[in-house]
Structure formats: structure tokens, C-alpha cells
Design a protein around this ligand. Structure first.
Ligand code: CP3
Length: 341
């Protein structure tokens, strides 16, 4: 691997500077992505290995991040489990027949992952070939709880009130659903690693909607099983949006890195996670709209706050569609130009 900063940072090995990548870097704000978006619908883009590779490499070539993340979506796992998922332009994910009653739980199958998601493994192989070991490739999956949120709600939501209501009213059925997603996700991540993913990240985008004890029961329990099953094959990063309260428990899973959002300071994150594990984050994505000089001084400060070692520079959540490419590049450049105090 020509640039192994990410792999070293995840092992806690010394680095000259921290690695940097950007959550959701492979789409949205990049004009060349928008061109492809206007030509092919979302899941066609996900299912065509050559397109996946092209989109995955865009941020490597155009803004120079130290890692690639495979272009796909967390919801392809629900599709593999027999759930129809549409990506509606200007709306987002839409599930015409969500699991909103006990009777529908049986609609969810535990699939043969190679049959249903082999196209992702194929895309990873092609992307690895095209990357030619320039930077590591990150694979990913949604956490079982986050997938459950979409599965029950039927679309995106700020509160996922239907999903939470279902979980609290039907804990047994919820457990059955989360179990099935967990088993599928373990096979899915193993397949991604077999195909060449160097690191995997688990996105728990909606874990922060739960109280600490509900988080343990409905989310962390399953993340823990996933990490246990795969950590010997590749380093795992857990990103739990709004889940600062669980950092200490997340360390115990054996993950190599923990994602932090901007609601938690570097100091608090180091304190809550015990000071040894690699942390990733946590610039507010909206702050990429600041003037470039401000972005650069913020990044310098952020590295000083987290420390240069055992740290991966990133945003605290996905990049927004309205960020100018020059600002995303300034964020990356600031890390490469980092001078310690
Ligand atoms: O980092 C990358 O760019 C890799 C690709 C990636 C996508 N989705 C592509 C995508 C990744 C890592 C994801 C993860 C994902 N998808 C998450 C977890 C991270 C997070 O942001 O919380 C979630 C919750 C989803 C579900 C999802 N997919 C939503 C809510 C939406 C609609 C809103 C949006 O982001 O535009 C999507 C669609 C989606 N996934 C797009 C892309 C590039 C935009 C649709 C398009 O380009 O046609």
C-alpha cells in the first residue's frame, strides 16, 4: 500500500500526520458525480461495478483523500432481505411496504449474501484493481438499528417515531428483525473483506435517537456481535451519530476506531473512550461553508485537540451536497500541510 496512513492510524502506529477522508465523499457535491447521476438511476449506479469504481475514485483524484470508500448504500442490505427500496430523486429512500406490523416480520428473509450482494463484492474487486494500492479501500454497512429505522418507518425521518414505537411495543419481533439483519451484515462485511476491503465502517446514523439503556438493548448489542465476528479479518470503525454516551462501551467491542460527531469535543471523546483507541471526526459538515482560511485554521486546531496520533481527520457526519469542491479540498489540504504547535 503506497499510502497506509489510515491503516497505521487504526493500529495506533506512529504517523507523520493523521490520515483524512470524508464521510459520503463519493457523491453528492462532486460535479462529475452529478453528471453520472443524471444518466443512471441510483441503484443502477450501485450495481454496475465499472460505475462504482469510477465514482469511488473521484474524490481520490479530485480532492486527494487518504482513503476510498466504496460507492454503495446501506439500504442494499434491506433489498437483499426481500424488501423493496426505491431511491426517489429529491426525496431519498422510500420503502413501499415497510414492516409496520407484527404480521409482516416474516417478509424479511436471511438471504444467501453471495447471490444477492455479489455485485458489491464484484465492484470492490474492480475498484481495488483500479486503485492499484494507492490508498486503502473502506467497505461499510449500516448498523442493524439504523436499517431497522428505515425498514419500519418506510423513509427517512428526523425522529423515526414509527420505528421507535414499533421497537418499544414489540420488543420480541424487533429482536427477531435485528437478529436477521445482524446475521446478514456479518456475511456481507466478511464478503466485502474477502473481495478486498481493507477496513470496514459501521454507520449507526440513528443510534443517537435512543436513550443509553435502549441503545445497549437495540443497537450496541448487535454492533458488538458484528465487530466480534469480523475484527480478526479487518479493522472496524464504529460511527454512532449522537452516541457519545456509548463511547466507553464501544471500546469494549474490540473496534479499531470510533467516529465522533461535532456534539462531542475532542477532549470529551478522548476522556469517554479511555484515551487509547483511535478516534475519527468531527468537523461540522456545515462549517465547510466557512471561508477557506477559516477551514484551514479550524483543521489545524482540531488536530491539535485530538492529537496527531491515533486520530483520523473526518467530518462529524456526511458531506452536504452544497459544499464547493474547493472547500472540501481545502479541508484535505489543511491536513497535509499540518504543522504541530
Ligand atoms: O461515502 C460515500 O460517499 C459512499 C457512499 C455512501 C452512500 N450512502 C451513497 C449515497 C454511503 C457510505 C452511504 C451511507 C448511508 N446511506 C447512510 C449512513 C451515513 C449517513 O449519512 O448517515 C444512510 C443513513 C444512508 C441512507 C440514505 N441514502 C439516505 C438517507 C439517502 C438520501 C439522502 C442523501 O444522502 O442524498 C441516501 C441516498 C444516497 N446514498 C446518495 C448517495 C450518493 C444520494 C442519492 C443520489 O446520488 O442519487
Amino acid at each position: 500500500m503506497k499510502n497506509d496512513l489510515l491503516l497505521r492510524a487504526l493500529k495506533g502506529l506512529p504517523v507523520e500526520r493523521p490520515p483524512v477522508w470524508i464521510m459520503r465523499q463519493a457523491g453528492r457535491y462532486l460535479p462529475d458525480y452529478i453528471k453520472l447521476k443524471n444518466k443512471y438511476d441510483f441503484f443502477t449506479r450501485c450495481r454496475t461495478p465499472e460505475l462504482v469504481s469510477e465514482i469511488t475514485l473521484l474524490p481520490i483524484d479530485q480532492i486527494g483523500t487518504d482513503a476510498a470508500i466504496i460507492f454503495s448504500d446501506i439500504l442494499v442490505v434491506l433489498q437483499a432481505m426481500n424488501i423493496e427500496v426505491e431511491m426517489k430523486p429529491n426525496f431519498g429512500p422510500f420503502i413501499p411496504n415497510p414492516i409496520d406490523s407484527k404480521e409482516k416480520v416474516k417478509n424479511l428473509i436471511t438471504p444467501n449474501v453471495r447471490d444477492k450482494l455479489g455485485y458489491v463484492f464484484e465492484a470492490i474487486k474492480i475498484t481495488k484493481r483500479d486503485l492499484n494500492d494507492r490508498v486503502p479501500l473502506i467497505g461499510f454497512a449500516g448498523s442493524p438499528w439504523t436499517l431497522f429505522c428505515y425498514l419500519v418507518q418506510g423513509s427517512g425521518s428526523k425522529t423515526f417515531d414509527k420505528s421507535k414505537g414499533f421497537a418499544f411495543a414489540n420488543p420480541k419481533e424487533t429482536e427477531i428483525i435485528l437478529e436477521k439483519i445482524t446475521l446478514t451484515t456479518i456475511e456481507y462485511l466478511k464478503g466485502q473483506i474477502d473481495a478486498g476491503a481493507d477496513v470496514v465502517q459501521i454507520f449507526d446514523s440513528w443510534g443517537g435517537l435512543l436513550s443509553p439503556s435502549d441503545y445497549s438493548e437495540f443497537s450496541l448489542k448487535y454492533i458488538n456481535r458484528i465487530v466480534s465476528a469480523i475484527k480478526n479479518y479487518a479493522p472496524v470503525i464504529i460511527f454512532g451519530k449522537g452516541c457519545w454516551f456509548a463511547l466507553n462501551e464501544m471500546v469494549k467491542t474490540g473496534a479499531s476506531g470510533l467516529g465522533i460527531d461535532w456534539s462531542c469535543s475532542a477532549r470529551n471523546a478522548r476522556y469517554l473512550s479511555g484515551g487509547n483507541i483511535t478516534l475519527q471526526g468531527n468537523y461540522d459538515p456545515a462549517k465547510l461553508l466557512s471561508p477557506i482560511s477559516k477551514i484551514k485554521s479550524d483543521v489545524n486546531q482540531m488536530i491539535n485537540d485530538f492529537g496527531k496520533q491515533s486520530y483520523i481527520v473526518n467530518l462529524g457526519h456526511g458531506i452536504l451536497p452544497n459544499i464547493p469542491v474547493s472547500h472540501a479540498k481545502a479541508f484535505v489540504d489543511a491536513v497535509k500541510e499540518y504543522k504541530s504547535l
